[in-house]
Design a protein around this ligand. Structure first.
Ligand SMILES: Cc1ncc(C[n+]2csc(CCOP(=O)(O)OP(=O)(O)O)c2C)c(N)n1
Ligand SMILES: [Mg+2]
Length: 694
């Protein structure tokens, strides 16, 4: 039989290939072509370079591996099983089935060893840049002469689609600028995509493009040439001053006599007959499915003792480090555990009415700078908007290559210039920023944030969604949150953004009403581990509420609370508002009191947190019987029915904004006390009429 003439390497590679096509065939769904073509590079990487411990997938100093071409998930699952992770043959047989650990595309934590969720092309390569940033930063923060405890690489397998996507280009540009030498992309250049050959869409010189990004670029002409792959990866590792791109010419569906190099091999099972023909061509027993030759498994499972040794050697280094630097070792362990330093909350500021008026973006900047010292793992930055988003951590350094010249740079944060800087200047690259901070969070040891205008959350949306899906604790600081930003006009004024962000499961969207709610919003954000938090902040100044006579801002954590109750009896109406419109609601309440109408004002900074409260609490804030309701938010009305009810009035904006001074735009588009007062009267009449009719 042909097997006997194969080398062990080929046997192993064909084990990956046939496991992958068998699983796709069994599921009658999936992507066989990619694993067939990319198996050799994956094999060389996983058996000769990648440092990991299959028995401890959380080992902090492991190399990170990202399968950016997530549709090739069976490649990853095959590797995880073969290398000895807690992934079983049964898991492979359950590929793409209900509740299996081997879903269609890799989902972070679906199985040990899956670092990030991939599938939306370009996101994985973007994540990898964040992982490489986190590695360099942690190395700079924790390593000491003679004591290296952070020392690993980030490897990626990327497909044509990953390299075509814009987010990949932004991420590559950023990585090149930052000279992230421990980042290595293996590009599975089969020049076929989902619907055709690349000749119909994509004919640029990718190598030249990446050279332009200042990457180290290599070509491997034959994706089955193991020696060449090995040499290229070794050379990439040696190139410490630049990220590395290895362009590997492969063949989609390699070995399939009738499907190789066709786009049909991308995303359709080969079919029973073609699976047999492919096995025959690969010299594989045709009748066996999910067949793993013993000698192949033995070779792969060498990863288990190797991984144990690698981690043990690291553990020794960590022990020596702990003996020499107990404080740092404690901080390292704490950062990877995702725990906060004791007493960090004591640094949170409290604002007084006399501090105002203050835009919530300014308050946010003050909070960030106040806690930066006691939340040392908080790192991040904006997409070229620091002066506007107020997200610079002053004096905390600029995350830049230490060999880059910072002498004449403008826009520095002050403090160190190098990989120990905490301010990551993402440049005008929102897409890459979103993907990179996901990678930073997935890497562990850091608490990343990313900032831009709320309008440009659209440019981050795919990664926001993935952060929520993957339960990554990233923090978004999105400022200029409404038409109140004024003169920049409708291209910059968010309308539908709040509604659309609230529609993303597991994303907390907080729109604080004043400086103290902003403090509390940050407290929520820093404490949350289960997913992302968006802080939505005003450009314009807002009063700091006098809490002596109002509900405490600490109730922000409950999502909504009674800020001001009706005086002298049961409320005649409820005004529900978020962010900058809360102050307007308070004014309307005062005016209505003069007309003998008693109003409650509910501040509702976070729908998701409010909905998570016990019914008794929610009903205490918004009693079901209290049906004369007015909601107000300078944004799309979409979704507000749930709080307004069928007798309420919704004040919002279902048109685009306008370019003019912010206060005028707000007034012209109906955010006035007069309108609120009138709306309360309307809601009361409706409510009364309905009661009489009942
Ligand atoms: C952002 C995004 N757009 C579209 C798709 C749908 N899609 C999945 S794979 C693919 C392209 C496949 O070509 P390539 O990246 O070269 O992968 P290969 O077929 O070579 O494995 C497309 C368009 C996707 N997953 N993500
Ligand atoms: Mg391709």
């Amino acid at each position: 039989m042909a097997i006997e003439t194969e080398t062990l390497d080929t046997l192993c590679i064909n084990t990956i290939r046939t496991l992958s096509i068998d699983a796709v065939q069994k599921a009658k769904s999936g992507h066989p072509g990619m694993p067939l073509g990319a198996a050799p590079m994956a094999y060389v990487l996983w058996t000769r370079h990648l440092r990991f411990n299959p028995k401890n997938p959380d080992w902090p100093d492991r190399d990170r591996f990202v399968l950016s071409a997530g549709h090739g998930s069976m490649l990853l699952y095959s590797l995880l099983y073969l290398a000895g992770y807690d992934v079983t043959m049964e898991d492979l047989r359950q590929f793409r089935q209900w509740r299996s650990r081997t879903p269609g595309h890799p989902e972070r934590h679906c199985a040990p060893g899956v670092e990030v969720s991939t599938g939306p092309l370009g996101q994985g390569v973007g994540n990898s840049v964040g992982m490489a940033i986190a590695e360099r930063w942690l190395a700079a923060r924790f390593n000491r002469p003679g004591h290296t405890i952070v020392d690993h690489y980030t490897y990626v397998i990327a497909s044509d689609g990953d390299i075509m996507e814009g987010v990949g280009a932004e991420a590559a540009s950023l990585a090149g600028h930052l000279r992230l030498g421990r980042l290595i992309w293996l590009y599975d250049a089969n020049l076929v995509t989902l619907s055709g050959t690349s000749s119909v869409t994509y004919t640029e010189d990718v190598g030249k493009r990446f050279e332009g990004y200042r990457w180290h670029v290599q070509h491997v002409a034959d994706g089955n040439d193991l020696a060449a792959l090995d040499r290229a990866i070794a050379a990439a590792r040696a190139a410490e001053d630049r990220p590395s791109m290895i362009i590997v010419r492969t063949h989609l569906g390699y070995g399939s006599p009738n499907r190789q190099d066709t786009f049909q091999a991308h995303g359709e099972p080969l079919g029973e007959d073609e699976v047999r023909l492919t096995k025959r061509a690969l010299g594989w027993p045709e009748d066996k499915t999910f067949y793993v030759p013993d000698e192949a498994l033995r070779r792969f499972r060498e990863a288990v003792p190797r991984g144990a040794d690698l981690e043990a050697a690291w553990q020794k280094r960590l022990d020596a480090y702990r003996a020499a630097f107990p404080g740092e070792a404690g901080a390292f362990a704490r950062a990877f555990a995702g725990a906060m330093e004791d007493g960090w909350e004591a640094r949170l500021p409290v604002f007084a009415p006399g501090d105002g008026p203050l835009a919530t973006r300014e308050a946010s900047g003050k909070v960030m700078n106040a806690v930066a010292g006691s939340v040392p793992e908080l790192i991040g930055g904006s997409a070229d908007l620091d002066p506007s988003t107020h997200t610079m951590l002053k004096g905390a350094g600029d995350f830049e290559s230490p060999s880059a010249d910072g002498a004449h740079a403008q826009g520095r944060a002050g403090g160190p210039w190098g990989y120990d800087g905490r301010n990551v200047h993402f440049g005008v690259r929102e897409h890459a920023m979103g993907a990179a901070i996901n990678g930073m969070a997935a890497h562990g040891g850091v608490r990343p944030f990313g900032a831009t205008f709320l309008i440009f959350s659209d440019y981050m949306r795919p990664s926001v969604r993935l952060a929520a899906l993957s339960e990554l604790p990233v923090i978004y600081v999105w400022t200029h949150d409404s038409i109140g930003l004024g003169e920049d006009g409708p291209t910059h004024q968010p309308i539908e953004h709040l509604a659309s962000l609230r529609a993303i499961p597991n994303l907390l969207v907080l729109r604080p009403a004043d400086a103290n709610e902003t403090v509390e919003a940050w407290r929520v954000a820093l404490q949350r581990r289960e997913g992302p938090v968006a802080l939505v902040l005003s450009r314009q100044k807002l009063p700091v509420f006098d809490r002596a006579n109002l509900g405490a801002a600490s109730a922000t954590a409950r999502g909504g609370y009674v800020l001001a109750d009706a005086e002298g009896g049961r409320p005649d109406a409820v005004l529900i508002a978020t962010g900058s419109e809360v102050a307007l609601a308070l004014e309307a309440r005062a005016r209505l009191a003069g007309d003998g109408i008693r109003c409650r004002v509910v501040s509702l900074p976070c729908w998701e947190l409010f909905e998570a409260q016990p019914a008794a609490y929610r009903e205490s804030v918004l009693p079901p019987g209290m049906r004369a309701r007015v909601t107000v938010e300078a944004a799309s009305t979409f979704g507000w029915e749930r709080y307004a009810g069928d007798r309420g009035v919704i004040i919002g904006l279902d048109r685009f904004g306008a370019s003019a001074p912010g206060a005028l735009v707000l007034k012209e588009l109906g955010f006035t006390v007069d309108r609120l007062v009138a709306a309360v009267k309307t809601a009361r009449e409706r409510s009364r009429a309905a009661e009489e009719g009942a």
